[in-house]
Ligand binder design. Structure first.
Ligand SMILES: C[S@@+](CC[C@H](N)C(=O)[O-])C[C@H]1O[C@@H](n2cnc3c(N)ncnc32)[C@H](O)[C@@H]1O
Ligand code: SF4
Ligand code: SF4
Length: 315
């Protein structure tokens, strides 16, 4: 229904702009003004108006919100919808909070991991983060809920680490999802894949990832998504973005934005104007982040890839 009614399939709530890290590839980092943040109950108004099938709770670093569990409770309806993904660096995660967030309605925990070792701390400028993840993730995965997905943003820095990061996911008993660096956030071209050797390496590594698929679906990206990731780097862009219509961002203070890297702000009531003014004219092709990689597809393809995923055999 959302597809036909041109309502968003995915809404990403950026619940704070503050962060515990200062990642080299990102425009966030450290504390920001949180005085105008939406309160947990405010999210209900957005849910009633937008009625998305999937919600991302993101930021900045969402776990910096002391009321993050309350936010999730206000997003989740008693029908079990929307499918709710917490996108976080997990620096503040612990066993108790994991349980509370699950009980409140988080269906999937997307945990950023850029390197399979302590280079993760250097890239994220957060000493001790890798050791923290290394201790916590296998322990929580052992509870058997199969709801943790490592999220690796492919950059020129970690390209060669793709197989080792996949190994780490296997070792920790969790799933893995790859996304692509966009220079649009910071303007930095250095982390993009700029030369033919890097593109050859990418092709080779993604083929190896494809060959490691099994019936547990631990590699979350569809094969078509990995192929499109390769084309995004080869062509230095992917046209046809539906930001603002198929997905959108709600900023920490409650404005609608087409995506996290386009800063045109609209009121909740002006969503259709955003589609007319932004989506209909948008020529930006500068990212292929996960939210796009799912929603650029045709409706039958989207349905098939997601429904077949739900029917997969669990570990
Ligand atoms: C903006 S962060 C917000 C949530 C949380 N702080 C985290 O790092 O998971 C969401 C995701 O965006 C990714 N990201 C940051 N900068 C990016 C860029 N320039 N291009 C693509 N992805 C980026 C991060 O690696 C992270 O996985
Ligand atoms: S990627 Fe996430 S953890 Fe890193 S600075 Fe950006 S918001 Fe913070
Ligand atoms: S391609 Fe789309 S989602 Fe990506 S930065 Fe441009 S407008 Fe935003």
């Amino acid at each position: 229904m959302n597809w036909i009614a041109k309502r968003p399939i995915v809404v990403s709530f950026e619940v704070t702009d503050s962060c515990t890290c200062w990642c080299k590839h990102c425009d966030h980092g450290g504390p920001r003004d949180d005085s105008r943040n939406l309160r947990p109950a405010d999210y209900r108004r957005y849910m009633d108006a937008l009625r998305p099938c999937v919600v991302q709770v993101s930021g900045g670093e969402p776990l910096m919100r002391e009321d993050v569990v309350e936010i999730v409770r206000n997003i989740k309806s008693n029908t079990g919808l929307p499918y709710t993904i917490l996108v976080s660096n997990w620096s503040l995660m612990n066993e108790r909070l994991y349980g509370e967030l699950r009980a409140a309605g988080v269906d999937q925990f997307s945990v950023s991991l850029d390197f399979p070792d302590r280079r993760h701390d250097d890239f994220r400028v957060h000493p001790g983060l890798y050791d923290h993840l290394c201790g916590l993730i296998p322990r929580l995965a052992a509870q058997g809920h199969d709801d943790i997905v490592l999220n690796t943003c492919i950059t020129s820095e970690n390209l060669e680490e793709i197989p080792a990061i996949a190994d780490r996911a296997k070792e920790w008993g969790v799933n893995i999802c790859f996304s692509s660096y966009s220079p649009r956030r910071t303007g930095c071209q250095e982390y993009f894949l700029n030369d033919p050797d890097q593109l050859d390496t990418l092709r080779w590594e993604l083929e190896r990832i494809d060959s490691r698929r099994d019936r547990t679906n631990w590699i979350v990206n569809a094969p078509t998504t990995l192929a499109a990731t390769r084309r995004y780097f080869e062509n230095a862009g992917t046209p046809g973005c539906k930001a603002g219509m198929r997905f959108l961002v709600v900023t920490s203070d409650g404005a609608l934005q087409p995506c996290s890297m386009q800063f045109e702000r609209y009121a909740l009531e002006d969503r259709e104007r955003m589609i007319r003014e932004f989506t209909a004219r948008n020529r930006c092709d500068q990212c292929y982040v996960s939210i796009r990689s799912y929603l650029d597809k045709s409706f039958p393809q989207l349905l098939w890839e997601n429904v077949s995923g739900f029917l997969s055999v669990r570990r």
